[in-house]
Design a protein around this ligand. Structure first.
Ligand SMILES: Cc1ncc(COP(=O)(O)O)c(C=O)c1O
Length: 387
């Protein structure tokens, strides 16, 4: 039966509904933390780090004030470890994707290095290993790769790790959008030298404010990263490096600890919705569904379709009270911030096309089947009317 199109606005991501679902599990520990009053570096911070280490099967997790800070600190830890310098220099290059949130690449600038942008794979929207190879074959001073597992799906890690080994490059994983994702059964964030996670409220594991984390197998990187989150010293009154106040609050750690047991369910619900979208939208000729690499376990942080009718479809859905997002409408090297501060050795053809074609559909873990069906019905109607 054809579902009736909905007159009610559908939230793009329904955090209120998620809160209602988890409220009874969040409130008691939150109150306990308030009563204990150790608001900075209280016991929940260490507990959370321990649980995340266990979950990711990695020896070092260092929580931070945001995913952005985690990226900057991860890069600066690499500069200290590999270059014996506090910051990279502008002549040091780090290769990354032009198709991401600004933080992925501005972290490179803030760590002192220069971003070099390679093209993406038109199907996965992640960095294309061939494009990385091409850039590395010409003259460069690339020290490492900053990979973004976009929309919740892993980059092609087997090929990229081979390339990194061949050219002795470090790998930073930006796992902001892909917490819980895997590559060949290995948790994302454990495949490179160091990884940055975000607990921004909309992420797969979201706090109720800003938060992030660094994960690494390398004890030296962990040591530097931990110091940099706390003013660059082993203890309060002995700063050695120019560090930050970049710790995760005890309150946020408390909430994340309480939410962590529900992560598998929340991810499962995202996958369930994705499955419905795949089922209902698979036969539309002008619409491409997300491609899932056989080695990747997608977390569907976003469910992103692509279509030459991006603008028209977004407008049509908006008229029917269905919000969608374009992640991302502009390439990073086109932003003023990066002008004359980056290198773009190759045409970014696939990335440019992605900016003009991608459209992310609502995918809250709490989204009801009926809502997903209604959204699909509207999309089908649009294509029947327009193609
Ligand atoms: C790919 C990516 N990297 C980095 C970040 C930065 O994380 P945060 O907002 O926690 O600073 C985000 C999201 O916000 C992101 O989507």
């Amino acid at each position: 039966p054809t579902p009736n199109p909905t007159p009610n606005p559908t939230p793009f991501l329904d955090l209120q509904e998620e809160y209602k679902l988890l409220q009874s599990h969040l409130t008691p520990p939150l109150l306990q933390t308030l009563v204990q009053a150790q608001y900075i570096q209280g016991p929940p911070v260490k507990q959370l780090e321990k649980q995340l280490q266990y979950l990711l099967r990695i020896p070092h997790c260092i929580t931070t004030s945001s995913g952005t800070d985690a990226l900057v600190i991860a890069l600066r830890a690499l500069a200290l470890e590999r270059e014996k310098k506090e910051f990279f220099q502008p002549t040091d290059e780090i290769l990354t994707t032009p198709f991401s949130f600004v933080a992925s690449a501005d972290a490179i600038l803030r760590a002192g290095a220069t971003p070099v942008f390679a093209d993406i794979h038109p199907q996965t929207f992640n960095l294309h290993p061939e494009s990385i190879q091409k850039i590395l074959r010409s003259k460069h001073n690339i020290k490492g790769l900053l990979l973004v597992h976009l929309y919740g799906q892993a980059c092609e890690m087997d090929e990229i790790i081979k390339i990194a080994q061949k050219y002795q490059l470090f790998i930073v994983e930006d796992v902001a959008q892909a917490f819980g994702g895997k590559w060949n059964s290995q948790p994302l964030g454990t495949l490179g030298d160091i990884a940055a996670f975000s607990f921004f409220p909309t992420k797969n594991l979201g706090a109720m404010g800003d938060g992030g984390m660094i994960a690494t197998h390398n004890p030296n990187l962990a040591h530097y990263a931990r110091m940099l989150t706390k003013h660059g010293g082993k203890n309060k009154y002995n700063s050695q490096y120019l560090g930050y106040n970049a710790r995760l609050d005890t309150l946020q750690a408390t909430l994340l600890l309480a939410k962590l047991p529900f992560l598998p369910t929340l991810l499962q619900q995202r996958r369930q919705t994705a499955k419905l979208y795949q089922q209902y939208l698979q036969h539309l000729p002008q619409l491409k569904l997300p491609y899932v690499h056989p080695s990747a376990q997608h977390t569907y942080h976003q469910f992103t379709i692509s279509t030459p009718y991006q603008q028209q479809l977004q407008h049509y859905l908006q008229q029917h009270h269905i919000p969608t997002m374009i992640y991302y409408p502009k390439l990073l090297p086109e932003m003023k911030l990066f002008q004359s501060k980056c290198r773009t050795p190759l045409p970014l053809t696939a990335a440019k096309q992605a900016t003009q074609q991608v459209l992310s559909l609502p995918i809250s873990p709490t989204q009801k089947t009926q809502i997903t069906q209604q959204i699909c019905q509207h999309i089908q109607n649009f294509f029947h009317q327009n193609t």
